[in-house]
Design a protein around this ligand. Structure first.
Ligand code: XIL
Length: 335
């Protein structure tokens, strides 16, 4: 029997993967998921748009399929997500050709969270309740999303309260990216601290971990972990990938080789070092880190091939396009 990533990390934390429903059909990918991973996150199917396309209309098929697959094969499931500014359908904010009122939007948010959380009660142990509510730059603590503009900052606390009421046993997380950048980390810290002080039912913070070969640094990462943990929150790494392009590349030129990409030896070495560093840190902080999930299965399927623009092929994961472990994989399991 092949030893999978999850087996190497059995004494530490579950190792997860984000996938779409096609990946759990019988086939090489689905057996590979079972061999390597012990946790599963639906990549898109549980987001508001896909799961709740019209008022009172819920699309369970894709998510049910993935949850059933996970249950049959002994994988835990992370629910992603209940409230986000992206992939939310336009109808959610409109009623009779006008913008919904605060009361109407809160009622919709509650109905949505109740329906989805109760549907998966006992099957999903942890939910990303609010996703990306803090902006990257600027002084404001809150992203100016429709939820924020219509409801105000209390939409965040409300979302957690609804989720807790719907399933008192589920663990409830706030999830965000760029959590290692100093300014944004501080804002997220203040937000979470405020929620804790108000007694809002929040149990953890998800570090998305969409990283690159040159960031974060070890000290930036460790500062985030210890700072959030000091609030009594658990930490989960929810969307890990390490782009082979330096962060600066995102701001400069965004396109490489028309979808073919470049993966030089130098990039590979840097990626290996970065993967080794972050997993060393995860193991070191295992009391606080309760899950590590990769955002996609292999370099064949990364969402980064279409983000920030389509056409820049990336190689951000531990398995190559043939599901073969990369050199970085062997570094990560060597300890
Ligand atoms: C991404 C998916 O991977 C893509 O398929 C989709 O087109 C857009 O969303 N932060 C998150 C995830 O919380 O939900 C996002 O997933 C990636 C960034």
């Amino acid at each position: 029997k092949v030893k999978g990533l999850k087996d190497y990390y059995q004494a530490y934390f579950p190792i997860g993967v984000a996938v779409n429903p096609r990946m759990v059909n019988e086939g090489a990918e689905s057996s590979f998921i079972v061999q390597q991973f012990s946790s599963l996150t639906p990549e898109n199917s549980m987001k508001m748009g896909p799961i709740h396309p019209q008022e009172n209309v819920y699309n369970w098929e894709a998510s049910d399929k993935m949850v059933a697959f996970a249950q049959q094969n002994g994988l835990k499931v992370r629910g992603h997500n209940l409230c986000w500014h992206n992939q939310t359908p336009a109808w959610f904010f409109k009623k009779d050709n006008r913008v919904v009122t605060k009361e109407e939007l809160l009622a919709r948010l509650k109905a949505h969270i109740f329906e989805v959380v109760k549907h998966y009660q006992g099957k999903i142990y942890v939910w990303d309740v609010v996703n990306e509510a803090v902006p990257d730059t600027g002084l404001s603590m809150y992203r100016k999303s429709k939820f924020y503009e219509i409801i105000g900052e209390e939409y965040i606390a409300k979302a957690f309260e609804y989720a807790h009421e719907a399933d008192p046993n589920a663990l409830l997380f706030y999830n965000d990216y760029n959590t290692e950048s100093k300014a944004k980390r501080e804002k997220i810290y203040q937000l979470l601290k405020g929620l804790k002080q108000k007694g809002v039912p929040i149990h953890g913070v998800g570090l998305q971990a969409h990283w690159s070969i040159d960031e974060p640094t070890q000290s930036e990462l460790e500062e985030s972990i210890t700072k959030f943990a000091s609030l009594g929150l658990k930490i989960q790494i929810t969307e890990l990938d390490i782009s082979v392009y330096p962060k600066e590349h995102e701001r400069r030129e965004r396109r490489e080789n028309d979808g073919v990409g470049i993966f030089t030896d130098e990039m590979e070495q840097k990626q290996i070092q970065q993967y080794k560093m972050v997993f060393d840190v995860f193991r070191k902080h295992k009391q606080n880190i309760t899950s590590v999930t990769f955002w996609n299965l292999s370099d064949q399927y990364s969402w980064l091939d279409n983000f920030p623009v389509t056409g820049r092929k990336d190689f951000p994961l531990l398995f190559d396009k043939n599901l073969k472990p990369k050199k970085a994989f062997w570094e990560v399991v060597k300890f």
